[in-house]
Ligand binder design. Structure first.
Ligand code: FE2
Length: 375
């Protein structure tokens, strides 16, 4: 960083090195001071509020030396040292994406082409080796799902998976739920039930952000699991018809679950959720718990239904799905705000027993970030 030069400007200052420049506002710099009077040394939390910083704060002097930028602020007369590498990492003077539906660079969207390289790891390795755990969690974040194999075949083993990265989210279905099917060949109608790919529990607010499905028995043929990248679905819908993407992101759908006494879960959220700057942040899709849609203007309802139908067709397209079979001791973890999952139909005799639970991705991402820092 020794070749960084600094110029004081009316707004604040500009730093430059190797043909790159970054402008910073005086208020931004003062607000992000890292000195002991601004930030607590132990936990890094900010000790002051914006009201403690004068509105007319400006840079009165600045100089760069080695890895450090030294800035003096008026009217406080306070001098603060900044780590130049930190400043370059946090530079905001760059073009920002404002396309509707842009996907953050930390995510890679995928279709069936991912099948050969789906994120998969060994349960024991991930449980004992921090690097293996880091790599697996990074895959879960990047692709929105990940499989673990060679795990224990014992009741509640899925809790050991959650313990790897976070905490169970308990719901009215309990800390975990059973997905147990006796496949009876004399009643094939019952076994023919495949499920359309969906995100779980869109009727909750917030929806569970992580789901774990753990296999304990699997002697029935069929019943493979499949996943679809909802972000890729949204991208494809937008490429095919921008207006369809627009109505599904602009207007809220409604979801409801009232299947047991004392429970009336309802939410009002779009099927494609964008941040205010257009970033694609979540997909909700579940035919079984969709409630009457009442928040789309009359003039837009036909278009909305065209868009909703097409989104379902894209989800159902085999070119979008990654399929895998879960054997006893295997599980998968899915980002339920992005990746849809489904189970294919069963055939033949046998049993299938899975246990599922919810958790949250803030914990998963925190575990990953802490591992990345320590490694
Ligand atoms: Fe599900």
């Amino acid at each position: 960083m020794s070749n960084t030069t600094v110029t004081v400007t009316d707004q604040g200052l500009t730093i430059a090195r190797e043909g790159q420049t970054a402008r910073f506002h005086a208020l931004w710099l003062r607000d992000n001071a890292q000195d002991d009077a601004t930030r607590a040394a132990g936990n890094g939390q900010r000790l002051i509020a914006l009201r403690d910083i004068p509105r007319d704060t400006r840079v009165s002097a600045a100089s760069a030396e080695g890895d450090t930028l030294s800035v003096t602020f008026a009217p406080e007369g306070k001098t603060v040292a900044y780590d130049l590498a930190w400043l370059w990492r946090h530079a905001y003077d760059r073009p920002v994406s404002c396309d509707s539906g842009w996907v953050a660079s930390e995510f890679t969207t995928w279709d069936s082409g991912l099948s050969d390289t789906m994120p998969e790891a060994d349960f024991t390795a991930v449980s004992t080796d921090p690097q293996a755990k880091r790599d697996w969690l990074a895959g879960v974040v990047r692709y929105g799902f990940g499989k673990l194999v060679n795990g224990p075949v014992v009741d509640q083993a899925l809790m050991q998976v959650v313990d790897l990265f976070g905490y169970v989210r308990e719901t009215n279905y309990g800390r975990h739920f059973e997905v147990r099917t006796q496949v009876n060949p004399t009643n094939l109608a019952f076994t023919g039930l495949g499920l359309q790919a969906h995100t779980d529990n869109p009727y909750r607010d917030p929806a569970p952000t992580v789901q774990v499905l753990y296999c304990l028995e699997s002697s029935a043929a069929g019943g493979e699991n499949m996943v679809v990248d909802g972000f890729r679905v949204a991208e494809r819908l937008r490429e095919e018809n921008a207006q369809w993407f627009e109505v599904l992101s602009r207007y809220c759908a409604r979801f409801e679950y009232a299947g047991e006494a004392g429970v009336r879960l309802r939410s009002r959220r779009p099927m494609i959720e964008l941040a205010p700057d257009g970033e694609l942040i979540a997909v909700r899709f579940n035919n079984r718990s969709a409630a009457a849609i009442t928040d789309v203007p009359y003039a837009q309802m036909q278009t909305y239904y065209d868009a909703y139908r097409r989104m379902g067709e894209i989800i159902d397209d085999p070119a979008m799905e990654v399929c895998f079979r879960l054997e006893p001791g295997e599980c998968f973890v899915v980002d339920n705000t992005r990746v849809l999952h489904a189970r294919k139909a069963y055939s033949g005799a046998g049993t299938r027993w899975l246990q599922g639970c919810y958790a949250d991705k803030d914990g998963l991402r925190s575990t990953l970030a802490a591992l990345e820092e320590s490694l």
